[in-house]
Design a binder for this molecule. Sequence first.
Ligand SMILES: [Mn+2]
Length: 309
Amino acid sequence: MKTLELCLSTDDNYAKYAATVICSALKNKNPDEEIIFHILYSNLADKNIKKLDKMGNIIFHKIDNSIFEPYFNNGVCKNVTIPTLYRLKLPSLLPDTKKILYLDCDVLILNSLSDFYFCELLESQYAACVPDLAQGVHLERMNFNINKNNFYFNAGVCLLDLEKMRRDDIEQKMFDYLYNNWQKLSYSDQDVMNAVLLGHVKKMSRNYNFITPNFYFVNNCKPTIVHFAGVKPWKIGFYNNFRELFWEYYMCTPFSDDKTQISTMKTVLFMHKKICQILWFLKMYPLFFLQNGRLLDFKRIIKNIEFNY
Ligand SMILES: [Mn+2]
């Protein structure tokens, strides 16, 4: 039996999305894998704790937000929300955990995570992550030297070697960096992690943090981790089949009886399709195909449209 430890941080609004991540991870794991979920929160209603708790092997960690006060009292972190800082404190928040896979609540797990979780890190590497889609912009903004070991990762999915981070006191380095640089950071904790870990991160394939463009037919692809970094699947936006898949997993969670969420689902799915049909009908192809500043594979999309409509 292999044990994988995953971590999510949530509040009452995101509990149902955390549940969707848990559900997708459990449905797609291999039988010889056991997953422990660490949930970080400062406030969570009892009913939400109960619902999450019955899903599997869940360990709840109530975080006392006052530990972050020194950073707020001095005006540091004024554009940062506290839960986002939990990620920087993982080495001390989870003192008994050697290695953790931290996940945002806007992801889906579609395959076994073992290849990622048990990937080999070099002695000098503290983490394994996937380059951000807008990496070039971030590298320039942060003034990072560009060489083969340096890249700017998206922190929505990161595998952290907590043991090594504790050994080298990386947590303190991250909070020092935050304290000294908060004015120039646009992506708060993600910038902090990138700056402090620069050159010490294993670069993983996009398969492990597949950031979905807002509109994209992706019928032939099944990444291990999908990340809805842009428009969330529970918000009206363009259609893509991962957004539809999100609701399938959502419906398998203990939150599937939430009537408001069900009506949101119906509206969102209906609108997804309608927006696409209307754009296609109006021959607004540029809008239809333009995604994150890039034109996608035209032929493949045409094929998929014919297939879909
Ligand atoms: Mn995210």
